[in-house]
Write a protein that binds this ligand. Structure first.
Ligand code: T3D
Length: 264
């Protein structure tokens, strides 16, 4: 039986490849379950310091699998969102390690928002994005109504959601929806290099940033200043801070371990 999710490791990078290419990697319950257990394992494995999420074949992810009896008045979409989509997005945002989404082709519906839930999104020139929900009578889920306006502003978020237009990777980058649009040639290598670069960074600092960026969505400036103080205090006790300062004074590149605070 083919696996819906391929998991490989390159150094400190765990590569997760959505692997239902004949359906442009549409999300079904078994793929969701595989993603949940993959992220749970990554969370507790200190050897993994970055995640690369991509798709097999010509698509990144076409959103919910529409062939799985999704339509009809018997289906409770809220239950599937509760069970699969919301825990996945929460887990990705809370993961104390960076996630790169490498969008290798079409990203539609929840597939687009799955990409946007990553920390850094790159897409190849031939990839495109569509909030396809409106075409089938739905609204964006998987965090789309939160993530999109934060990324591109309210006017563009509403346009993208209500019209369901397809935008190119270059347009997505130009409007700030993604980090970068990169050439098709060498895309997989470029994505791995980016993830490996992140994996070599001080992991605790990235975890603290994720925490702070998440909190900023609801905090006042006052609360956010306090949170930054508390997180920076912790980072000041990490071996990577000591290494960073030592490397600076010795005029050499730092070698970060990603280890947590010194104990004692
Ligand atoms: O409970 C819940 O799960 C609720 C959650 C909902 C979240 C959502 O994501 S709702 C939105 C679901 N997604 C969509 O509406 C997108 C549907 N797909 C498309 O609009 C198009 O396929 C694309 C724009 C993504 C790509 O178009 P194109 O022309 O490049 O490819 P295609 O020919 O349409 O698709 C290729 C194959 O993939 C095709 O199968 P076939 O005919 O070769 O056997 C097609 O049926 C299949 N496919 C594409 N998307 C899906 C899919 N199969 C199942 N589910 C899909 N979402």
């Amino acid at each position: 039986m083919t696996q819906d999710l391929l998991e490989t490791t390159e150094g400190a990078v765990r590569i997760l490849t959505l692997n239902r290419p004949e359906k442009l990697n549409a999300l079904n319950p078994s793929l969701h379950e595989a993603l949940a257990s993959a992220f749970a394992a990554i969370e507790t494995d200190p050897a993994i310091r970055a995640v690369l999420l991509t798709g097999a074949g010509r698509g990144f992810c076409s959103g919910a699998d529409l062939m799985q009896n999704l339509g009809g008045d018997q289906r409770d979409l809220g239950a599937s969102i509760d069970r699969h989509y919301n825990p996945l997005v929460r887990r990705m945002r809370a993961l104390p390690k960076p996630i790169v989404a490498a969008v290798n082709g079409v990203a539609a519906g929840a597939g687009a928002n799955l990409a946007l839930a990553a920390d850094i999104v790159i897409a190849c020139e031939s990839a495109n994005f569509t909030q396809a929900f409106i075409r089938i009578g739905l609204m964006p889920d998987a965090g789309g109504t939160f993530l999109l306006p934060h990324l591109v502003g309210d006017a563009r978020a509403r346009g993208l959601a209500m019209l369901g237009d397809t935008i190119t990777a270059a347009e997505a980058a130009a409007m700030g929806m993604i980090w970068r649009c990169v050439p098709d040639a060498g895309f997989a290598e470029a994505a791995l290099t980016l993830a490996a670069t992140l994996a070599a960074k001080p992991t605790q600092a990235i975890a603290a940033m994720k925490h702070a960026f998440n909190a900023a969505a609801v905090n006042s400036l006052d609360l956010q200043l306090d949170l930054e103080r508390d997180l920076q205090r912790k980072l000041g006790r990490t071996p990577d801070f000591a290494e960073g300062v030592r490397a600076f004074s010795e005029r050499r590149p730092p070698r970060f371990s990603g280890a947590p605070e010194f104990q004692g």
